[in-house]
Write a protein that binds this ligand. Structure first.
Ligand code: B1M
Length: 520
């Protein structure tokens, strides 16, 4: 597969290196804040529906939509609809030297940032017209390499993307040229016209004339602008948007052609049949049948992907129980590469395995050596996740100390809490296990820690936490430090009872609480 696309725009080189082509991944239910640094991402919605959030703008997103999210664009990502069905394929590119040192600014003609929806250009992208063939070849290669996902990588998506890139290239060229060509203001008119077409395709009165009236320009002027910016005739664009919608309704609803035609802003049924045949090379009934068939295939594929993901998480859990640290490490890496979320690998793979071991330990089915090797495997798997878990969330500043209390040697939970806290930007002084109350307090004083974090796993050692609170009072620092506690036997009630400041049940909430304390 070629790893690079190059092209020339006004004499400057544009280079995009293909970094990765992700497996199709399921969009999150919760938004993730992402900042693309040196990467441009082309995202293709391949099935389902939802929204895409870029630059605080929320755009509806459905199968076939394409989003180009360039470097330096703070964006929230994709959110699935309530049925959680949105799948997105992501291609990541690193931008070559062309954009070095430039900051994404909407007004900059050379730097482009933006969002694209089907053929509607809502902004521009760092690609140009001459990339058409190379991009086409690239996608051909990607497709042939991923034949198993062919159902989702449809002809239509490829066509749309190539078309989009051409249009964007044209737009770029126009914006860059001064004088005789289209000015940025005129480009904005065309962009607004495209948005209008997307929003009002169902209005049969939407024509070039009514559009020109809307933007207070003459029909011939807007027609010319439209052609030079998008490379297409206005009438072709409007027709293709209407036909797209008709296709969607044929695929997703039980409506008849007679019902669909007016909903798409069309009046004449015979000419709808004629146009449909001309552009899609099949009848509406044939299209309906083919589209539904591919939707079923896509669904099967989605289920297979889900099964595969579950099976790798089970494998992680099982190998952890057997103490196969190296295998666990490799499987965790594989799960990450295949797009599983770090938190689900942790919860459904590593911690699930550790819980089984815990139960068996309780029932005398396994003994200390087995538990120890499982714990080692858990730690090795968690190491792979560390940088990924750290990427999540806002950064904070502050220093805390953490340790497992005196008499207690369990450190897996404590290490996870530490990992999450470091991920949030906190500086963590790790005191290890078997830590005396004096050491906690002394460290807080000497190293100026805002929070003391105590972990305990044994009912026989949890009492030491009360001692830590007392020692902090005796040392006169109780009003200067917060004391956080956690571990399997700890409860909210116990926290109140010993006068600690906060109990949290897991590593994520512990890190959040520590961040909040450091901000106070
Ligand atoms: Co031990 N052990 N163990 N053990 N061990 C338990 C805890 C036990 C519940 C097993 C059982 O009987 N089911 C039981 C305690 C019973 C009780 O007191 N009620 C027990 C026992 C009895 C013992 C020994 C006494 C056994 C013996 O020698 N006869 C002995 C004690 C040694 C000692 O500490 N002095 C012992 C030894 C060991 C090993 C050394 C073999 C090993 C520890 C290896 C290591 O940590 N490096 C071990 C293990 C691994 C376990 C189990 C199986 C797993 C613990 C674990 O790591 N869980 C455990 C059974 C179980 O819990 N299912 C068990 C995964 C970890 C991520 O969870 O630590 O709970 P956890 O952390 C969570 C949350 O609690 C929270 O965040 C984490 C993740 O989100 N959290 C905090 C933790 N700290 C926090 C701090 C916070 C906030 C949240 O704020 C500061």
């Amino acid at each position: 597969m070629p790893s690079e696309i190059t092209g020339t725009d006004n004499g400057s080189d544009v280079r995009l290196d293909l970094l990765s082509c992700d497996q199709v991944y399921r969009a999150e239910r919760a938004f993730q804040n992402l900042m693309m640094h040196e990467q441009t991402e082309i995202c293709l919605a391949v099935s389902g529906a939802g929204v895409c959030c870029v630059l605080n703008q929320e755009l509806p997103c459905k199968a076939g939509d394409i989003f180009i999210i360039p470097a330096n664009t703070p964006h929230r990502f994709f959110l699935a609809d309530r049925d959680g069905s949105l799948s997105v394929r992501r291609l990541r590119f690193r931008i070559g030297e062309w954009f070095e040192g430039e900051i994404a600014r909407p007004e900059s003609p050379r730097y482009c940032y933006g969002v694209f929806n089907d053929n509607a250009i809502l902004a521009c992208a760092p690609l140009n017209v001459r990339m058409q063939e190379k991009v086409g070849a690239l996608f051909d290669d990607i497709e042939s390499e991923r034949t198993e996902q062919k159902a989702e990588w449809t002809e239509a998506v490829r066509f749309d993307l190539a078309q989009l890139l051409i249009n964007v290239g044209r737009y770029l060229n126009c914006s860059i040229k001064n004088g005789s060509s289209v000015s940025p203001a005129e480009s904005q008119i065309v962009l607004a016209a495209l948005r209008t077409v997307k929003e009002r395709y169902g209005d049969a009165d939407l024509t070039l004339v009514s559009l020109a009236e809307l933007f207070s320009v003459s029909p011939s002027h807007i027609s010319k602008l439209f052609k030079s910016v998008t490379g297409r005739l206005f009438s072709d664009t409007l027709r293709s948007v209407r036909l797209d919608e008709a296709c969607r309704l044929l695929r997703d609803s039980a409506l008849t052609v007679e019902e669909i035609v007016p909903l798409c802003g069309l009046r004449d049924i015979p000419s709808f049949y004629k146009n449909f045949n001309r552009y899609l090379k099949m009848t509406p009934a044939e299209y309906r049948q083919t589209a539904r068939q591919s939707a079923t295939e896509a669904e099967t594929l989605k289920n297979r992907t889900e099964e595969k993901r579950m099976s790798i998480l089970n494998e992680i859990s099982e190998n952890l129980q057997k103490g196969k640290a190296k295998v666990v490490k490799e499987l965790v890496q594989q799960a990450v590469d295949e797009g599983a979320r770090p938190s689900e690998i942790l919860d459904q793979g590593l911690l699930a395995g550790m819980n089984v071991i815990g139960e068996k330990f309780k029932n005398n089915e396994v003994f200390v050596p087995e538990v120890l090797v499982a714990a080692r495997a858990m730690n090795m798997g968690a190491q792979v996740l560390k940088p990924l878990l750290a990427e999540d969330g806002a950064q904070a500043a502050g220093r805390v100390c953490i340790g497992t209390v005196q008499g207690d040697l369990h450190d897996i939970g404590k290490n996870l809490v530490k990992m999450m806290m470091e991920g949030k930007g906190l500086e963590v002084v790790d005191l290890g296990t078997d830590v005396s109350p004096e050491t906690f307090v002394q460290t807080a004083i000497e190293q100026n820690c805002r929070v003391i974090c105590c972990s305990a796993l044994l009912t026989t050692t949890m009492g030491v936490m009360g001692e830590v609170v007392k020692k902090a009072e005796e040392a006169g620092i109780r009003d200067k430090v917060k004391i956080m506690i956690g571990g399997a036997p700890i409860t909210e009630d116990f926290c109140r009872q010993i006068g600690a400041d906060c109990y949290t049940p897991d590593a994520v909430s512990a890190a959040e609480a520590a961040v909040a304390f450091c901000k106070d």
